[in-house]
Write a protein that binds this ligand. Structure first.
Ligand SMILES: Cc1cc2nc3c(=O)[nH]c(=O)nc-3n(C[C@H](O)[C@H](O)[C@H](O)COP(=O)(O)OP(=O)(O)OC[C@H]3O[C@@H](n4cnc5c(N)ncnc54)[C@H](O)[C@@H]3O)c2cc1C
Length: 461
């Protein structure tokens, strides 16, 4: 089967992963990474395919019983976001069905039972999600296509290989942006009969207790899940935050970041929507710095997970850094902390403890602090392999935006020099870039950051 005719701005973001027998049932959008109704290229692809084939459109979301250490806070955020998606889709006469089980297999079987004509899914290079897709391809009998709804330039078009650094990736992506960084069309309502025969939207009754998610305490109160809150946050950032971003983003004591990553991670907000809005403002140092993070760094993380089979493991780190860390494996560490001491923020470093507490109690550590936090874990762990596992475990359990290519790339950068270059050699780190408390104190008011976290944590705001 070739894909049905789709408008060019959708078809160029879509590729056929597998051919198969196209049944006389609906077109399915298996929503996974991009959990939103607006600005969603994968949903648009499925809707246009359904219209072209004169078939109903169905949307599935599959709840996995466990996902890379996701905890109760993540499932809560996801559930509320999906409730909103269901409402927005229903307003367009598109039903959303929640499935439970191993996602790729479950989605494939459900599509088979409906005699689906085509499955469209969103692109996601996160290692565990890649395996879900492999399972979908094995299980589904109909053709399967994927649409990159997360990156501005689809990952397979941005570069055909694993990039060495932000500089090499930027050289490829920047020239493509005038063509790809466009507005995104609104989805047209389907005819009312599209809802016929669809079960009303419902979460499994015992959700989330049926899931084996670790409990990370009460839901976070300072942040609201879903597309509406994400758009509102973007609006506020454009109005009040963007102009300060360049100056303030490296001071964790200030609120200089956009704060958008939880919504971007859950797909409640389209990065392209955010980038398009910023690119419509006058170009400044701040807007350039923000777009560098939002486009180049974020899409570089996808590039790494897409092309590096071992991404998310120590073996995925660059060879030069594994060599230098190995050469320094026997160096004496200033102190060793086990994972429980780290988790409880009981080290002798007040800056590190503040960062850790920011993450455990609020689910989002400041971006600069994340670099320092992970590098200290390397310094305080018995081996670099253990440091990598500890950092990824804590990040993914507590960060709302965890379990993401950005987290894998960030930790691989901090502990293993990914996308970085060798620096002067020193104990433990070898030639991997080093950071210390003195450097932080020269950069920003460390006391102020610690006080800020103390007051945020005590009021849970
Ligand atoms: C050790 C470590 C762990 C990290 N773990 C995660 C993680 O689990 N999930 C996650 O989304 N990001 C992670 N990052 C990247 C970055 O720190 C966060 O994206 C950022 O702090 C999110 O906050 P913000 O949205 O307010 O950022 P802003 O500075 O306002 O940036 C806007 C957006 O740009 C992107 N971005 C910003 N910095 C980076 C970066 N360094 N790499 C890739 N994309 C970036 C994000 O999508 C972010 O939401 C990690 C970085 C490090 C060093």
């Amino acid at each position: 089967m070739t894909l049905p005719h789709l408008p060019r701005d959708i078809s160029r973001r879509t590729r056929l992963l597998k051919d198969g027998h196209s049944g006389n049932g609906p077109v399915i959008y298996w929503m996974s990474r991009d959990q939103r109704a607006a600005d969603n290229w994968a949903l648009l692809a499925a809707a246009h395919a359904a219209s072209a084939l004169s078939r109903p459109l169905r949307v599935f979301f599959c709840l996995a019983p466990a996902f890379s250490g996701a905890s109760s806070r993540h499932y809560g955020f996801l559930a509320e976001g999906l409730r909103q998606v269901a409402g927005s889709l229903a307003a367009k006469n598109i039903p959303l069905e929640i499935l439970t089980g191993k996602p790729g297999i479950t989605a494939g079987k459900r599509a088979h039972s409906m005699n689906a004509a085509l499955i469209v899914t969103d692109f996601d290079p996160y290692p565990e999600k890649r395996s879900w897709k492999t399972e979908l391809l094995k299980t589904a009998s109909c053709p399967v296509a994927e649409t990159d709804a997360h990156n501005i330039v689809p990952s397979w078009i941005a570069s055909p290989k694993k990039e060495y650094s932000a500089a090499t990736f930027r050289r490829k992506v920047s020239p493509l942006l005038p063509e790809w960084l466009t507005d995104i069309p609104e989805i047209e309502p389907m005819p009312p009969m599209n809802m016929e025969g669809a079960a009303p939207f419902a979460f499994p009754g015992t959700f989330p207790a049926s899931l084996s998610a670790p409990d990370t305490g009460d839901p976070l109160e300072w942040i609201t899940p879903g597309e509406h809150a994400a758009s509102e946050r973007l609006r506020i950032f454009l109005r009040e935050g963007l102009e300060r971003y360049g100056q303030e983003r490296n001071d964790p004591g200030l609120d200089g970041l956009s704060g958008l990553s939880p919504w971007l991670h859950f797909g409640h907000l389209s990065a392209q929507r955010a980038a398009f809005a910023v690119s419509a403002t006058p170009e400044t140092e701040s807007s350039k710095a923000f777009l560098e993070e939002l486009i180049i760094r974020r899409e570089l993380a996808d590039n790494f997970c897409h092309f590096e089979e071992a991404a998310g493991t120590y073996g995925g780190l660059p060879e030069w850094s594994r060599k230098t860390l190995d050469a320094h494996r026997k160096d004496s560490r200033p102190v060793l902390y086990d994972i429980h001491t780290l988790e409880k923020a009981r080290t002798s470093d007040p800056l590190w403890n503040a960062a850790q507490r920011e993450m455990t109690s609020r689910g989002k550590m400041h971006g600069w602090a994340r670099m320092y936090w992970a590098k200290k874990i390397l310094e305080w762990s018995p081996s670099p392999e253990e440091a990598f596992i500890t950092a990824l475990f804590l990040n993914d359990r507590y960060e709302l935006d965890g379990r993401d290519p950005n987290g894998i790339a960030g930790i691989s950068w901090a502990i293993g020099g990914l996308h970085d270059r060798p620096w002067p050699e020193r104990p433990v780190f070898g030639t991997v870039r080093y950071m210390n408390y003195g450097g932080a104190a020269r950069k920003f008011n460390v006391k102020h950051y610690i006080q800020k976290i103390d007051s945020l944590v005590s009021t849970n705001l």
